[in-house]
Ligand binder design. Structure first.
Ligand code: PRP
Length: 216
């Protein structure tokens, strides 16, 4: 049995065409059922639904053989025990620093002020500001980061930005682009040895589908 860990939403939806290219069709709709293990048209392939931040953990410890996870999540988790063969170019967005539109970020940084930064991405934020030589107090949040500068909890946030609509709706502006994000295929290293043929088949089919997309 090959177990693939996915999270619901954008990653799940954007993975379906890649799975199809590998001859795998998920037989259940996660939006219509509470089931966490989904069957596919391949009797030896199943999909497990986990929280996005848990995908690397499932794959690292062998709860799943493969998984698809954002670069943001991987950087926060660390890559131990994970083989990362492919950037799937899906669920693309960026990770940025944003502040209230009336906050003078450039001056704060120039003057060497200590910035209060709220984020779910503590490791990414720590590394980014350390490289710039900016002193920060990091405040870990689990969601609704945009609220932090509006309530005085923080001066800035480090968060994912896709369309920019959430920032705009909350009168926040992007002041730094930290990095581009997309989703990666991650594979349990032991599984890759023990179940080499079926896992390679999936990796190769994904790679072929990506190459075809790149040509289009
Ligand atoms: C992400 C992110 C922003 C939003 C950005 O949240 O945290 O809030 O998307 O998208 P936009 O630029 O297109 O408006 P997500 O919906 O993934 O949920 P989360 O808050 O649980 O991370």
């Amino acid at each position: 049995m090959i177990t693939l860990a996915l999270s619901k939403g954008r990653i799940f939806d954007e993975t379906l065409p890649l799975l199809k290219a590998a001859g795998i069709e998920v037989l259940e709709d996660p939006e219509k059922s509470r089931k966490l293990i989904l069957t596919t048209n391949q009797p030896d392939v199943r999909v497990v639904l986990v929280r996005a931040t848990d995908v690397p953990t499932y794959v690292q410890y062998g709860g799943a053989d493969l998984g698809i996870t954002g670069k943001d999540t991987l950087l926060e988790h660390g890559g131990d025990g994970l083989y990362q063969p492919l950037d799937l170019q899906i669920a693309k967005c960026r990770i940025s620093v944003a502040v209230r539109s009336d906050f003078d970020y450039a001056s704060a940084v120039r003057q060497g002020s200590r910035l209060k930064v709220a984020t779910k991405y503590v490791a990414i934020a720590r590394e980014f500001f350390a490289a710039k030589g900016v002193h920060v107090d990091l405040i870990k949040l689990y969601g609704s980061m945009e609220l932090a500068p509006l309530t005085g909890l923080a001066d800035a946030i480090v968060d994912l930005v896709s369309t920019g609509n959430t920032l705009k709706a909350n009168q926040l502006v992007e002041v730094e682009h930290i990095m581009d994000i997309s989703s990666r295929l991650v594979v349990n290293q032991a599984a890759l040895k023990l179940k080499q043929a079926p896992i390679r088949k999936i990796i190769d089919a994904f790679a072929a589908a990506l190459a075809k997309q790149a040509q289009a």
